[in-house]
Ligand binder design. Structure first.
Ligand code: ZN
Length: 251
């Protein structure tokens, strides 16, 4: 079997039998792939401890049967080990990885999405955790998967939204709806113009500047209500990492 190399972020791992590991990797050229690392729990030489979630690695692999790859070696590029120093970093990072695991298709390459994941893991590793980061990640992630929420025009009548008047956010219609249309958008929740503007900024900004982004308490409160719910609406089910985050933050 021909051996290939790819960069990858480890998004999930589980024990498999006595000595093997099952891993889910996110890669730039293959998208999400599942693989088996034979003897990974024994072989310090080939794997050291490089198959931990969050690790940014380079793997040597072969295509296997049933869509599984066989991971032969894993070299560390960046372990992002400082994410584990802080509970908020772990919670945010686990949320990012779960979104990738649950919402991307197997072997659907999306190199910008790989870049997004590495950018945000780097940010969590290097900077103090801020609630702005999961909000910007959600928006950019949704955009890259084709679920970009509409924030400048009404998702029903397509008219420009006068942000100054505030609007409504409809999960079913995939974005903001105007005052006139909201009666036709069951379950829509009120959203301020300031939050819509912040969402537009997050969608358009150069991610090199994301460390400096600051939202007001109102934008953070509305974003916390709306965006995780919108992510789960698109997925069609709840995410475990969000439940854990709510429990921890509710203490
Ligand atoms: Zn409208």
């Amino acid at each position: 079997m021909q051996l290939r190399k790819t960069d990858a972020v480890v998004i999930y791992r589980a024990d498999f039998g006595e000595s093997d590991l099952l891993v889910t990797l996110y890669t730039p050229d293959l998208g999400k792939v599942k693989g088996i690392a034979k003897g990974a729990k024994r072989s310090k030489r080939r794997f050291v401890n490089n198959l931990q979630p969050f690790s940014y690695i380079r793997v040597l692999f072969a295509e296997g049967r049933g869509g599984l790859i066989r991971v032969d070696e894993a070299d560390m590029i960046q372990p992002f080990f400082r994410i584990s120093d802080d509970i908020s970093k772990v919670l945010y990072g686990s949320y990012f990885l779960e979104m990738v695991k649950e919402m991307t298709g197997e072997k659907e390459a999306n190199p910008p999405l790989f870049e997004l994941v590495v950018t945000f893991l780097t940010l969590l590793n290097d900077a103090p955790p801020r609630e702005e980061y999961p909000r910007v990640f959600e928006l950019r992630f949704l955009d890259l998967l084709g679920y970009r929420p509409r924030v400048t025009e009404c998702s029903i009548c397509n008219e420009q939204l006068p942000w100054a008047d505030g609007a409504w956010f409809s999960f079913r219609h995939g974005g903001a709806v105007c005052q006139g249309c909201h009666i036709n958008a069951q379950g829509a929740v009120a959203i301020s113009g300031e939050t819509l503007q912040a969402m537009e900024q997050a969608l358009m900004m150069d991610l090199a500047g994301v460390e400096g982004i600051r939202f007001s308490p109102q934008v953070l409160a509305e974003g916390r209500e709306i965006l995780p719910r919108f992510v789960q609406h698109q997925l069609g089910k709840g995410l475990k990492s969000l439940r854990v985050m709510e429990e921890v933050q509710g203490d």
